[in-house]
Design a protein around this ligand. Sequence first.
Ligand code: SAH
Ligand code: SF4
Length: 332
Amino acid sequence: MNLNDLKQFFDDYPDYRWEQARTAIFQQKIRSWNEASTLPKKIRQELKQKFPLRLPGSFLTTADGKTTKAVLDLADGLQVETVLMRYDNSRNTVCVSTQVGCSLGCEFCATGDMGFKRNLTAGEIISQVLYFSRKLPSDERIDNVVFMGMGEPFLNYGETLKALRLLNNEKYFNIGARNMSVSTAGIVPGIKLFAEENIQVNLAISLNAADDQTRSSLMPVNRQYPLVELFHAIDYYIAKTNRKVMFEYILLKGINDGEKDIRKLVGLLRERMHFLNLIPYNPTERFISVSATRLQEFKHQLEKAGLNVGIRRSFGQKIKAACGQLACDSSK
Ligand code: SAH
Ligand code: SF4
């Protein structure tokens, strides 16, 4: 769906017509213009021709019903993956993609292996949320959105911000800014811009290593923006927004799970407003995950040293819907 063109279509009509259409799409969640009963038949016919509301794609749900991965078909034939997570049967979180593929090539990530295909438009990003909000029972809504799917949001900055504002806008999805998070691999100019936005959306940084050598070997982007520069930008963000930053750290056996890594992490984070999320590695065949015992021990030691630490629950490994496993196998 191209929102700009759709909005333009309504330029020829009184303002309330666009409002009726918008309410039908985002509040009533209509799937076809036939259901837009407030609009005259003639307009509906034209809309059906020009702006089909169907979001083509296929989906797969885990046996426990908690995770659904969808593969959406884009207009140019490319595909993009998006994931719905239902915690405790009440909170619905959508993980959206911002690009088809990713140019940053992190060693542990299946999306990185695909290479970069193209940026998504804001319309394509919010369509992922719309897709799942249509699927939910009528008394449920999407509560949270995390920009942690395929791609690097800050290499598609403009469309990512547009999407965030549409999701937040009460006339569209009305999702609280505090209930949304954007994750970046550490694109320094993006972090600085984001600090200026005056938006309450959470910022997450994929840290994954606490020294430049290890981080560069896992995440090539670290050669462009090494830790000093990254933390300089993070300090700027914290000073500007007075918000804490979430750090993501995938534990990889023998790579970043040692005692020296603990010391370095503490050095980096203790004096900064932070929350550190430890992420069990979802197998992409290149690394070995740490044992559950080591994960707990790692967490405990960091906590003892004064860090705020959590362990991210992992969803959807079986259907390759978990972090780092999104790769659109079917498009290869
Ligand atoms: N490009 C952005 C956002 C998408 S990646 C970024 O990198 O932050 C989303 C998250 O998935 C990142 O935090 C990344 O560290 C994590 N991830 C990637 N591969 C993973 C894997 N194999 N197991 C667990 N988490 C992984
Ligand atoms: Fe791209 Fe993020 Fe995957 Fe790295 S972890 S390759 S930045 S999607």
